[in-house]
Design a protein around this ligand. Structure first.
Ligand code: SAM
Length: 277
């Protein structure tokens, strides 16, 4: 498959707003990187050059891109995999090659570029990565719902989870997650494809459900009658600040109390909740 890439150099604030707007539209194939103290570079990718109309309209407002290119998937991913390893939560390093030198005591997650969300760059992923990295999950069963590459569930596994299940609606994500599980010594992981809890067998429960999902999906999850038998503990990220009130109310309606909230950045928040006794 061929991937098209467009790049814009933008003032930092405009670049961030644009990346957040793309994410809010559900379009995740983009990346923001610093170019100077004042500027960022926004890169947008599209398989076969196909952009949804709403994304095209948003990008039209930026004017012509500074650069554009077409990549063959294999060579492009090979180039991306030369990136440096990065610490995305204290002690947890994402290594695209699996072979890079890391500081002593670093915990390595081998995550090559995969065609799914979850390379550890996004603040909503990092927020849950930090919570997981700071927890002892010894013996627990975790469900990573909307797993993308599986990054969060794999960190849960590194933190001692006895069993981690994964689910995502996107077939690319399911394949990417299976590959990431194999690369990180968890070949037997169950990775299901489907819409939220419909993907998960009805008798499968967990001690902790982690989900980096937009608020509209979280609201659907909280209204799902299968949720009570699935879990009593939720860690949610990916909730736009303006949608947080609705999520808090839905949590209360579903019988949960909020035990923690944290900003991922000035746009997104994370919420931890437990079922009321
Ligand atoms: C923001 S990404 C999070 C990926 C990864 N867990 C992370 O934190 O980086 C959201 C993921 O949810 C998946 N998703 C979207 N709608 C879904 C649905 N209805 N059911 C299950 N997964 C869904 C997307 O395919 C995507 O992989």
């Amino acid at each position: 498959m061929r991937w098209h890439e467009w790049r814009w150099r933008l003032p930092r604030r405009q670049g961030r707003c644009c990346a957040q707007a793309l994410t809010a539209l559900g379009y995740l194939q983009h990346a923001l990187s610093s170019r100077s103290r004042a500027d960022v570079e926004l890169a947008v990718y599209a398989a076969r050059g196909r952009l949804p109309p709403a994304v095209r309209a948003l990008l039209a407002g930026l004017g012509p891109p500074r650069a554009q290119a077409v990549h063959e998937e294999g060579t492009w991913f090979a180039a991306l995999s030369k990136q440096q390893a990065q610490e995305i939560a204290p002690g947890i390093w994402i290594d695209p090659t699996g072979r890079q030198r890391l500081p002593p005591c670093a915990v390595r997650l081998h995550l090559p570029p995969l065609p799914a969300f979850g390379d550890g760059q996004h603040p909503t992923t990092r927020l849950l990565a930090r919570w997981l990295a700071a927890s002892d999950l010894g013996g627990q069963r975790v469900l990573d719902l909307g797993c993308g590459t599986g990054i969060l569930g794999l960190i849960a596994r590194l933190r001692g989870a006895r069993r981690v299940d994964f689910a995502d609606a996107d077939p690319h994500a399911v394949r990417a997650c299976r590959q990431a599980c194999r690369l990180n010594g968890y070949p037997g992981a169950r990775v299901w494809r489907g819409d939220l809890l419909a993907a998960v067998p009805p008798d499968r429960s967990c001690d902790l459900l982690v989900a980096n999902l937009y608020a509209d999906l979280v609201l659907r999850l909280l209204a799902d009658p299968r949720l009570p038998s699935c879990t009593g503990r939720l860690w949610l990220s990916g909730i736009a600040r303006r949608a947080a009130g609705g999520v808090r109310r839905a949590l209360r309606r579903a019988g949960f109390q909020i035990v923690k909230e944290e900003d991922a950045d000035d746009w997104w928040i994370g919420i931890a909740a437990e079922r009321r006794a």
